[in-house]
Ligand binder design. Structure first.
Ligand SMILES: Cc1cc2nc3c(=O)[nH]c(=O)nc-3n(C[C@H](O)[C@H](O)[C@H](O)COP(=O)(O)O)c2cc1C
Length: 450
């Protein structure tokens, strides 16, 4: 079982920051993030994961409450300082293919891979919020299909850049006076629809070759993109049945790209709400939910449905059908919420609280034993290769997981007792990718020099 710790601010629950176990004033304090990563490393997690967006992101009507979305430090910088105080744990940061350039991003992750001795991972996102566009000179967000076309070309360019230095390109031969071996450094001369990049990169290939590539596309287009390149897929499912079907479908899709199941780790997000007894865990969940003001929950629900104004809606009645225009286009988050609304027919305020609390995915409420049972069952039944653990409150929820759930999994032989490898790839059981220029020397082109 592979485990990643989702370091989502003060925890994944929208009101988690108000709980006594949350470090609500520490979100710009690097010691907070370092200490979370050290806790996860104590629990032998494969990696930590930092989400990101490139905009001030509170939901309209919930600005006063927003802690999940902001403040948000730059993930790569946070991860680089975590690298300095940890030895084994992987460092997965989010960066957008819509708002970055491949050269600067490939360089940033190659740098992180070097300075962490092979622990970097990149969560590839195409970005979903309109206000991110407004920070990058655009009037409107690029449409879904165009974002994924750009993402595909972006990853292609990044891979060429990471391969533009072959292993052994740095000679550092003091006697002969040869620092580099130019025969092992190639231009990439990429010219596509979105990018024109000469290369090579100015950073040698990292210990892992490429950082581990992570993706979380849920739409049909997003899944196809993930199938083409992702080595880890983040996903979210309310129960084991849809998770199993998703994993089987992804294995089919990667086969179309000539890939076998060992090249992909599918990791659903899981929220553990842990108590000494089940009653304690249920009480914790109730306490957290009671910290969400109803108006905030309704605003959040409206935002997740695609910016629908629900302020005038009846709080005691089920969600009314959405206008046709709101159902257009691919929006997997909206569809998941609608599915939940249809299935459970909850009064609007209750549905909103549940969705705002982040429970469209799976939340396990129970003892450490209950959590271990369910995680183990998902892996054994083929629903997951591991999990992105998203405690509702940080740091408390991560500590409870590490001290409570991890030892149970270890005692059952379901989780490691020591790190197997030196790099994130090795711990996840992923191969170091071959270098395309080494495999196919005909591709090598002399770089332009001045
Ligand atoms: C565990 C998890 C973490 C995610 N992290 C981010 C993130 O940090 N930034 C982001 O813009 N989107 C994030 N997403 C959203 C996905 O990248 C993706 O946009 C979403 O699942 C919708 O899929 P689609 O793009 O195929 O429509 C995350 C999704 C999941 C399940």
């Amino acid at each position: 079982m592979k485990l990643l710790a989702f370091l989502m601010q003060t925890g994944g629950h929208i009101a988690g920051w108000r709980h006594s176990g949350a470090a609500a004033d520490a979100l710009c304090d690097i010691d907070y993030f370092r200490s979370l990563a050290q806790t996860a490393e104590r629990g032998l997690f494969d990696g930590v994961f930092l989400a990101d967006s490139v905009g001030y992101a509170p939901v309209k009507g919930a600005e006063i409450f927003a802690c999940l979305e902001t403040p948000k430090l730059d993930p790569a910088l946070v991860l680089s300082t975590i690298a300095a105080v940890t030895k084994h744990i992987g460092l997965i940061g989010t960066a957008s293919t819509t708002y970055c350039q491949p050269y600067e991003l490939a360089r940033r992750f190659a740098t992180l891979d070097h300075l962490s001795h092979g622990r970097a991972g990149w969560n590839i996102v195409t970005s979903t919020m309109e206000n991110e566009a407004h920070n990058f000179g655009r009037e409107a967000h690029m449409d879904h299909g165009a974002r994924y076309e750009r993402a595909a070309e972006f990853v292609d360019v990044a891979r060429k850049l990471w391969d533009s230095w072959q292993d052994g390109a740095v000679l550092a031969d003091k006697d002969r006076g040869h620092y580099t071996d130019p025969a092992r450094i190639s231009a990439i001369n990429h010219a596509g629809d979105h990018f024109k990049v000469a290369g090579p990169l100015n950073v040698p290939r990292g210990p892992q070759g490429h950082p581990v590539l992570v993706q979380a596309g849920a739409s049909a287009t997003g899944q196809r993109f993930a199938a083409s390149c992702a080595e880890v897929i983040f996903t979210s499912h309310p129960g084991i049945e849809t998770a199993k079907a998703f994993r089987a479908a992804m294995h089919k899709q990667i086969a179309e790209f000539g890939r076998s199941p060992e090249t992909l780790k599918i990791m659903p997000a899981m929220t553990p709400v842990i108590g000494a007894t089940r009653a304690d865990a249920e009480a914790l969940q109730r306490a957290l939910d009671s910290l969400i003001p109803t108006s905030i929950a309704i605003s959040k629900l409206g935002a997740l449905l695609g910016n629908i104004d629900l302020s005038g809606a009846d709080h005691d009645a089920p969600l009314a059908p959405l206008p046709e225009a709101a159902l257009a286009g691919q929006n997997s988050t909206r569809d998941r919420v609608l599915e939940l609304a249809e299935r459970e027919k909850l009064p609007l305020a209750e549905l909103a609280r549940r969705v705002a609390a982040g429970r469209t995915g799976r939340t396990i409420v129970g003892t450490a034993e209950d959590v271990a049972d369910e995680l183990q069952a998902w892996v054994e039944e083929g629903a997951a290769d591991g999990f992105v653990i998203s405690p509702p409150v940080l740091p408390a929820g991560l500590e409870t997981f590490v001290d409570g759930v991890v030892p149970i999994l270890q005692a059952r032989g379901a989780f490691r007792k020591a790190y197997e490898g030196a790099t994130l790839r090795e711990n996840l059981g992923l191969q170091r990718p071959a270098n395309m220029y080494e495999t196919n020397p005909a591709l090598i082109e002399k770089p332009e020099v001045w």
